[in-house]
Ligand binder design. Structure first.
Ligand SMILES: *Cc1c(COP(=O)(O)O)cnc(C)c1O
Length: 221
């Protein structure tokens, strides 16, 4: 069975020493503006085999047959990344390891300070994996912490600090309200309690201290 891996936000992450997505028939990474390495938009398709990449390239460049005029045996798409954006992305790739290290430092700093507060748990990392910590995410247990995730988000916002709930599961999105689904309780629970803290690679210690102080100010004594 061909396996397609959504590795959109996992560039730089590893599991069992292998880059995330490695081993899938096809892996897709994103170079969207908010990712750890960005080209302003677009992404990359990765595969060990040349054939699916050739096929994707053919479809993404209007499925033109080899002919001096425009000849199409099948309909294609015009989805190729512009050379200018590709150059922007390529120029950033050498910075990937530095950015992963910076994000991991930010996460560790949050973890060291927030672990001591009741009802907060930072996203764990299994021993066999290296997360990029693209986002520093945590769970807020409202009864033990003393405030719901949403109250915490608003308190941060009142200090001019943007944080966000973790992604809303697809089965709870109005667009898919009629779609069948199985399970979903775990994702719904994470959405209810999860919060992503500011974690840009360029974030300074003083900025982070302000986030930590605001969170600590709301915690149960
Ligand atoms: C960012 C992201 C996407 C979307 O990528 P785009 O390049 O913006 O389309 C999809 N899946 C995951 C897991 C992501 O993090």
């Amino acid at each position: 069975m061909p396996l397609v891996s959504d590795s959109a936000c996992a560039l730089g992450a590893r599991q069992h020493g292998r880059p995330a997505g490695k081993g899938a028939s096809l892996a897709v990474t994103s170079f969207n503006g908010n990712k750890i390495v960005t080209a302003g938009g677009g992404g990359a398709l990765l595969a060990d085999e040349a054939a699916p990449i050739g096929r994707a390239r053919h479809l993404a460049t209007q499925a033109r047959d080899p002919a001096p005029h425009y000849e199409h045996t099948e309909a294609g798409f015009n989805l190729v990344m512009s050379a200018v954006l590709a150059a922007v992305g390529l120029a950033q790739l050498p910075a990937l390891e530095r950015r992963v290290a910076a994000r991991r430092r930010i996460f560790e700093r949050y973890a060291a300070a927030l672990r001591a507060l009741p009802g907060l748990s930072l996203m764990p990392e299994p021993g066999w994996a290296r997360s990029t910590r693209w986002l520093s995410a945590m769970l807020v247990e409202p009864r033990r912490f003393g405030a719901h995730r949403e109250a915490l988000r608003r308190a941060l916002l009142a200090e001019g600090i943007e944080s966000r709930p973790v992604w809303k599961p697809l089965h709870l999105q109005p667009a898919f309200r009629h779609a069948p689904f199985a399970g979903g309780a775990v994702a719904a629970g994470l959405f209810e309690r999860g919060l992503c803290l500011p974690s840009g690679s360029g974030m300074g210690a003083a900025e982070q201290d302000r986030v930590i102080a605001t969170i600590a100010g709301l915690a149960c004594a």
